[in-house]
Ligand binder design. Structure first.
Ligand code: NAD
Ligand code: UDP
Length: 315
């Protein structure tokens, strides 16, 4: 019989967190969602608020937290460059102090703990595609560093807590993920382009649009999260999770124009400092250790995402 687990999700009112909370509650668990609503919102979890197996706590993970749980998914951290650069000191604190607080909680309770790390730990990679063994090419003092180095330090803390205190840790490195409940104004490329297309505005390509990203649909990613948490205890990661299908930003813009039927023109804007030129996950380890690979292609995923965003334009 399925045992109802007590599961903490930090950043649970955000884009990925809300999908994860939904999945965990639907699987018969008790979920505590912790969020300070910096980029997340109650709207993302509105369907769960009346569920007795879901509990929402307004809390900032840079402060200690005392709850009793069996598992912790640590997702709290703004993910969009616009938002994480708005208050960079708070971004680093969220990653580093947040990790220390959640690891301390895991140590006291004996909970298994999962960290949402990022492909940004590879920086602007000189190895392509990126394998977990690549140590990255990260600028420690640039505008993206608060996020990249904060996440790298969080990984260090996770592995030191494992070595020093024998914690049961799970670290995944997430590559660009998109889908319903991304914030329409969060500045990330998929939400920007869809909103611009649906409003008939020009599509803003930063740089020449030849930089690449590999886009994973949210449902695929959440399946990877669950498999990672439920994997054998000898699996700690880090494991890349993402869709290896790589597109230029210009190709993404064209796909969104086709799917929306928009008449938008493409306009060029300056490439932000330290913007990585290419990014593609090597998911060999995820396939081998988690039997996981994405199943939703860009067209199918964008179609669902565009449907979600239409409500923001029509209303
Ligand atoms: P998001 O901004 O939608 O969600 C982050 C959530 O964390 C929000 O609800 C926000 O309010 C909350 N939060 C921020 N600071 C907090 C704090 N100090 N205390 C409590 N809550 C706080 O972003 P997302 O895309 O859902 O990302 C979730 C996690 O996944 C992040 O850790 C992010 O770094 C990681 N990630 C996401 C992607 C992606 O493509 N979506 C890629 C790599 C890594
Ligand atoms: N980008 C763009 N136009 C936009 C927003 C983003 O061309 O309106 C580019 C950005 O410069 C980057 C890529 O799209 O090369 C992905 O940006 P995003 O902010 O989504 O995430 P990143 O992968 O850079 O963290």
């Amino acid at each position: 019989m399925h045992k109802r687990k007590r599961i903490l999700v930090t950043g649970g009112a955000g884009f990925l967190g809300s999908h994860l909370c939904e999945r965990l509650v639907n699987e018969g668990n008790d979920v505590i969602c912790v969020d300070n609503f910096y980029t997340g919102s109650k709207d993302n979890i509105i369907g769960l608020l009346n569920n007795p197996h879901f509990e929402l706590m307004r809390h900032d993970v840079t402060f200690p937290l005392y709850v009793e749980v069996d598992e912790i998914y640590n997702l709290a951290c703004p993910a969009s460059p616009v938002h994480y650069q708005y208050d960079p000191v708070q971004t680093t604190k969220t990653s580093v102090h947040g990790a220390i607080n959640m690891l301390g909680l895991a140590k006291r309770t004996g909970a298994k703990i999962f960290q949402a790390s990022t492909s940004e730990v590879y920086g602007d990679p000189v190895v392509h595609p990126q394998h977990e063994s690549y140590n990255g090419n990260v600028n420690p003092i640039g505008p993206r560093s608060c996020y990249d180095e904060g996440k790298r330090c969080a990984e260090t803390l996770f592995f030191d807590y494992k070595r020093q205190h024998n914690l049961n840790i799970r670290v995944v490195r997430i590559f660009n993920t998109y889908g319903p409940r991304m914030h329409p104004n969060d500045g990330r490329v998929v939400s920007n382009f869809i909103m611009q297309a649906l409003r008939g505005e020009a599509i803003t390509i930063y740089g020449d649009g030849q930089q690449t990203r590999s886009f994973c649909y949210v449902d695929d990613l959440i399946e990877g999260f669950i498999r990672m948490m439920d994997a054998n205890d000898d699996i700690s990661g880090p494991i890349n999770l993402g869709n290896p299908s790589e597109f230029t930003i210009k190709q993404l813009a064209e796909a969104i124009i086709n799917l929306t039927g928009a008449k938008s023109e493409l306009i060029k804007q300056p490439l932000p400092e330290d913007d990585p030129l290419k990014r593609q996950p090597d998911i060999t380890i995820a396939k081998q250790q988690l039997d996981w690979q994405p199943s939703i292609d860009l067209e199918a995923g964008l179609t669902k995402t565009i449907d979600y965003f239409r409500a923001f334009v029509d209303s």
